[in-house]
Design a protein around this ligand. Structure first.
Ligand code: NAD
Length: 433
């Protein structure tokens, strides 16, 4: 089984970090399934079913390189569970893409959509290719050819891809165009994360960071902390990290540390986050704006109220979990905490709000995009943000209720909410004999 790559970024960086402990996405997803199932009185046959994907499609994608040679890449689309609605999940272009990785990440999408109450199941796909080595025209040919190969298994009612590592809104526009050309009509709802000019949603790019900020605010309210008296450290100053940091800064929190791949800016008196460019604005410039720098490892262990890892997976490990000096961790990145670190943090009483809830703003606004595409009616940014806030509040309330009723972690509470909904749906629909 392949291990999870260093980052599980959606539309994002491919910088590497040396990690001392790593888990494959499939291992993590299965462990989390068993863990949640232990707390629930559920049919073991359904748990057995959920250990496996419904289908995994493997395709070969030949393209002509710019020099005239032909190269053949392998692509996958793993469709985990669709009991609650069409499959939904990212499409990544990365050399480490494997079948098992797609299955594991597809399972995570099933839990994420269920905890948010979205009418989607989980999927993930990808092509094993280094997208940085492709010219824009090669990337376009690869995307169009992949669209042709998976044409029968995607669609607005079947499976809806979105951007992920190595892919972006332009990739989704090509995929949508290729699919639409094959179908003979414009079908914007086949993908989400498109540019707004072809049916993308306002607020989609900002949404994962916004949901991290909303969940941080709700968690602070739960613990009776005034945001005005709350300090925050954020690892990663990209789409998720910078948007979360800036919103929390606007809402009164004091951001004392932010970082990028080169290191961290540390200002105990507070950082004016608007003046530091995000990864999208000027890549990897955080330390150039800093008077005082520390390493990324040190950022994880600064004395702070809230720590938001928003760069990479597997950064909070058994090696550093004892040294974490935050009272609350809100997971902005996918899978930043290993299972062993999670147990250590739980024993130490450090609250960890899991990724499947905290960064789910991305897939939630993707759902809004899909609704807008189906209805051929665009929403204003204000409406998107208001509806996102309402969805995050509803998901938080459901998770908080489980958290309070049982003596469990926030992660277990989120998985219990997700799994209960999936199991109820399976029970209601029944197993096809
Ligand atoms: P991004 O590329 O916009 O930004 C990544 C940031 O992390 C950059 O500032 C980069 O310099 C920094 N970084 C890279 N390597 C680092 C290292 N070794 N140490 C510290 N910082 C490092 O990426 P993003 O879209 O913000 O994604 C970040 C995380 O959030 C990923 O785990 C991704 O899977 C997850 N996520 C993203 C989305 C999304 O739609 N953008 C949605 C859900 C989850």
């Amino acid at each position: 089984m392949a291990s999870q790559p260093e980052t599980t970024c959606d539309e994002s960086s491919e910088e590497t970090i040396e990690v001392t402990e790593s888990e494959s996405a499939l291992e993590t997803a299965r462990q989390q399934l068993y863990h949640a199932a232990e707390h629930l009185d559920i049919d073991s046959n359904i748990v057995e079913r959920l250990k496996y994907p419904k289908k995994v499609h493997e395709v070969t994608v030949p393209i002509e390189r710019d020099d005239g040679t032909v190269e053949v890449f392998t692509g996958y689309r793993a469709q985990h569970d669709s009991v609650r609605g069409p499959f939904k999940g990212g499409l990544r272009y990365h050399p480490d893409v494997t079948r098992d990785e797609c299955v594991g990440l597809g399972m995570w999408m099933t839990w994420k959509c269920a905890v948010m109450g979205l009418p989607f199941g989980g999927a993930k796909g990808g092509i094993a290719v280094n997208s940085k080595e492709l010219s824009p025209t090669e990337k376009e040919r690869l995307t169009r050819r992949f669209a042709q190969e998976v044409r029968d298994v995607i669609g607005p009612k079947q499976d809806i891809p979105a951007p992920d590592m190595g892919t972006d809104p332009q990739t989704m526009a090509w995929l949508m165009d290729a699919y639409s050309m094959q179908e003979g009509e414009t079908i914007p709802g086949v993908v989400t994360g498109k540019p707004p000019v072809v049916g993308g949603s306002e607020g989609r790019e900002e949404a994962p960071g916004r949901s991290v900020a909303i969940i941080t605010k709700l968690a602070c309210e739960y613990y009776d902390w005034e945001l005005n008296n709350t300090t925050v450290a954020v690892q990663g100053y990209g789409s998720v990290g910078a948007n979360a940091a800036r919103l929390l800064d606007n809402w009164g929190a004091t951001i004392i540390a932010i970082s990028d791949v080169n290191g961290a800016m540390y200002e105990p008196g507070g950082i004016d986050t608007a003046t530091v460019p995000s990864h999208d604005e000027v890549p990897e410039a955080v330390t150039e704006y800093a008077d005082n720098t520390i390493s990324n490892e040190e950022l994880l262990t600064v004395d702070v109220d809230v720590l938001i890892p928003a760069a990479l997976g597997n950064v909070i490990t058994k090696e550093n979990a004892e040294a974490i000096d935050a009272d609350l961790i809100v997971e902005g990145a996918n899978g930043p905490t290993t299972s062993t670190a999670d147990s250590i943090l739980a024993d130490r009483g450090v609250a960890v709000i899991p990724d499947i809830l905290a960064n789910a703003g991305g897939v939630t606004v993707s759902y809004f995009e899909w609704l807008q595409d189906i209805n051929r009616r665009a929403w204003s940014l204000e409406r998107v943000n208001n509806e996102l806030e309402a969805e995050m509040q509803a998901a938080w309330d459901a998770v908080q209720s489980e958290f309070e009723q049982r003596d469990i972690t926030w992660r277990d509470a989120a998985y219990i909410v997700a799994l209960s909904r999936i199991v109820e749906a399976h029970k209601a629909r029944g197993l096809w004999p």
